[in-house]
Design a protein around this ligand. Structure first.
Ligand SMILES: Nc1ncnc2c1ncn2[C@@H]1O[C@H](COP(=O)(O)OP(=O)(O)OP(=O)(O)O)[C@@H](O)[C@H]1O
Ligand SMILES: Nc1ccn([C@@H]2O[C@H](COP(=O)(O)O)[C@@H](O)[C@H]2O)c(=O)n1
Ligand SMILES: [Mg+2]
Length: 191
């Protein structure tokens, strides 16, 4: 059974940055749904390349069958770990339902780490990220934020109702955020 922590928050809230630090120090494996989709988009022979690129540019969400299979394959291919940081998933109702259907009996959700951050700060971070992402431009970011507000935030609210959400404010320095995140993981692993 895979132990999973979902990591959610607006685009640019620092999910990837914080997950890298958790992976380095806490024996969790970081799996970014966005990174897996970008790799699949580049994979020679992939039948999904064009579809994925179109969703990424439009800030819309790729059908769950594609994303969940990439996640499950990555988990199965990974060695021993305390758990998996599933970054940027589930992003909408389709992601959530598809995960529940595909991963029932194969994964347990330990908690949801919610990195909350004002949107204006998130947009500035993305525009200055400097990684050449095709969606780090004003037009795509407007759509990504809209998708976050209308489709992803309701998923966070859904988990909130089950008491699974651990919110950490991420408009602060990386060290301050990470200190709070470590406390969240320590508390969860004592339960
Ligand atoms: N606490 C922070 N303070 C300042 N800059 C930060 C902070 N956290 C991350 N950044 C920077 O902001 C940018 C976005 O961070 P990151 O890629 O981790 O966000 P993300 O939530 O994974 O975004 P996305 O959803 O678009 O993948 C990066 O350039 C990163 O270096
Ligand atoms: N569950 C997901 C996650 C991501 N996407 C698509 O990838 C884009 C980039 O995601 P990041 O987490 O790296 O920002 C995102 O805007 C979506 O188009 C997805 O479809 N499903
Ligand atoms: Mg990211």
């Amino acid at each position: 059974m895979h132990n999973v922590v979902f990591v959610l928050g607006p685009p640019g809230s620092g999910k990837g940055t914080i997950c890298s630090k958790i992976q380095e120090n806490l024996n969790y494996v970081h799996l970014s749904a966005g990174d897996l989709l970008r790799a699949e988009r580049q994979r020679e022979g992939s039948e999904y390349g064009a579809l994925i690129e179109s969703h990424i540019k439009n800030g819309s969400i790729v059908p769950v069958e594609i994303t969940c299979s990439l996640l499950e394959n990555a988990m199965n291919a990974s060695g021993d770990a305390k758990g998996f940081l599933v970054d940027g998933f589930p992003r909408n109702e389709d992601n959530l339902q598809g995960w529940n259907k595909q991963m029932e009996g194969k994964a347990v959700v330990q908690f949801v780490l919610f990195l909350s951050c004002p949107v204006s700060i998130c947009i500035d971070r993305c525009l200055n990220r400097g990684q050449g992402r095709t969606d780090d431009n004003e037009e795509s970011l407007k759509k990504r934020v809209e998708t976050y507000n209308h489709q992803t935030y309701p998923i966070i609210e859904h988990f909130e109702k089950s008491g699974l959400v651990r919110e950490v404010k991420s408009e602060r320095s990386i060290d301050e955020i990470y200190a709070d995140v470590v406390n969240v993981f320590n508390a969860a692993n004592k339960e």
